[in-house]
Design a protein around this ligand. Structure first.
Ligand code: KG4
Ligand code: ZN
Length: 346
């Protein structure tokens, strides 16, 4: 049996997960999201300090959960995996330092992993082994990327496209702010959109440019102009309709490009991950378009789409099984870790 303890601290979630033989035993989470709300975005220093105070209690909670579920104790852990990047430097450092401490104390290997690869790997906890290769659409507050993922054990991951400006989640957060909705903006926009009509034709940046890149800053500006015009005219802003129309524009571009990426490469499995993958319209439209194109869609449940420790433990487990060389104990946190391999070696 192989048991992996995973640490995720790249942004505002302190996540600790435990995976045994591909099965999720514990997924403990502490979030500093409330401390950032009044700033309308994650404040790096606040996030790093929150990780420092949450990390040990979150490990203890994860171990307690794994104990209740499967009688697993900390001493049963065979490897420690940690997000080495990309992310916020100070935040990453806390997780990397903690992971090293646990790896040394337990006398087990340390595995530094790539955050985006972990977002893909988490799907194996729900839907079993991934076919090779897959196309992954990763959309969160910090990233929007289309990737060709051959396997998760260390083979090169190929970037196919990415946002040229704002990340998809960032666009949700900024549009929510201008509609007077709380941070993070994805969930309240998703909720508002349910009672709204897709009645405003917002632009689809880069939709027809023939690339697999995205652009959301023009869309965000278009929403801001539209809302300002209503306010200047003294008319009420139909928040639900704006939310539904904005959300439709994002979901339309993301799913169209994801399907195009699969088609271009002749790949018939699409995995969607990252916080924005929790969006109900994105999930529904992706399902509809994948079905029409004969593509198998795999999206983890919303709780596993946002940042968590389970995803890191899941990727660590796959790497241990594949015999990936562990990271050295001087592993650094790399805020701009390139997505070349799912394992970070130095
Ligand atoms: O993956 P994640 O937890 O952290 C990052 O790595 O950024 O993603 C957080 C992002 C936020 O921008 C949040 O607004 C967005 O995911 N998000 C959503 C939804 N739930 C979270 N966006 C759209 N619809 C949702 N239901
Ligand atoms: Zn993420």
């Amino acid at each position: 049996m192989t048991t992996v303890l995973g640490f995720e601290t790249s942004c505002d979630e302190t996540g600790v997960g435990i995976v045994r033989d591909g099965e999720l035993l514990a997924d403990a989470l502490a979030s500093s999201v409330d401390e950032h709300a009044r700033f309308g975005g994650v404040v790096p220093e606040v996030a790093a300090r929150a990780h420092v105070s949450s990390i040990v209690p979150t490990v203890e909670r994860a171990v307690e959960l794994a104990g209740e579920r499967a009688g697993v104790r900390l001493a049963d852990v065979d490897a420690v995996a940690v997000t080495a990047g990309p992310g916020l430097a100070g935040a990453l450092l806390v997780g990397v330092a903690a992971a090293k401490a646990y790896a040394v104390a337990l006398g087990v290997p340390l595995l530094g992993v790539h955050h985006l690869a972990a977002h893909v790997a988490v799907d194996t906890l729900e839907h079993g082994p991934l076919p090779q290769p897959v196309v992954a659409l990763l959309v969160s507050g910090g990233h929007s990327s289309l990737l060709r993922v051959p396997d998760l054990a260390g083979a090169p991951v190929e970037p196919l496209g990415a946002t040229v400006d704002d990340a998809a989640g960032e666009a949700f957060d900024k549009v929510a702010r201008l509609l007077g909705l709380p941070f993070p903006g994805g969930p309240p926009i998703d909720r508002e959109a349910r009672s709204g009509q897709v009645s405003i034709a917002f632009p689809r940046g880069k939709a027809a440019d023939g690339t697999l890149d995205f652009s959301f800053s023009g869309l965000k500006t278009a929403v801001a102009r539209w809302v300002e015009a209503r306010r200047r005219a003294g008319e009420p802003v139909p928040v639900a309709d704006v939310a539904a129309s904005f959300q439709e524009a994002v979901a339309d571009v993301l799913t169209a490009k994801a399907v195009a990426a699969c088609r271009a490469d002749g790949i018939n499995t699409l995995v969607i991950g990252g916080g924005v993958a929790a969006n109900s319209r994105l999930r529904a439209l992706a399902q509809q378009r994948c079905e029409a194109a004969g593509i198998r869609l795999r999206v983890p449940r919303p709780g596993l789409c946002t940042d968590n420790g389970a995803m890191v433990a899941a990727l660590g487990y796959l790497q241990v099984e594949a015999g990936v060389t562990p990271s050295p104990l001087d592993l650094g946190a790399d805020p701009a870790l390139p997505l070349v391999r799912s394992a970070a070696r130095s």
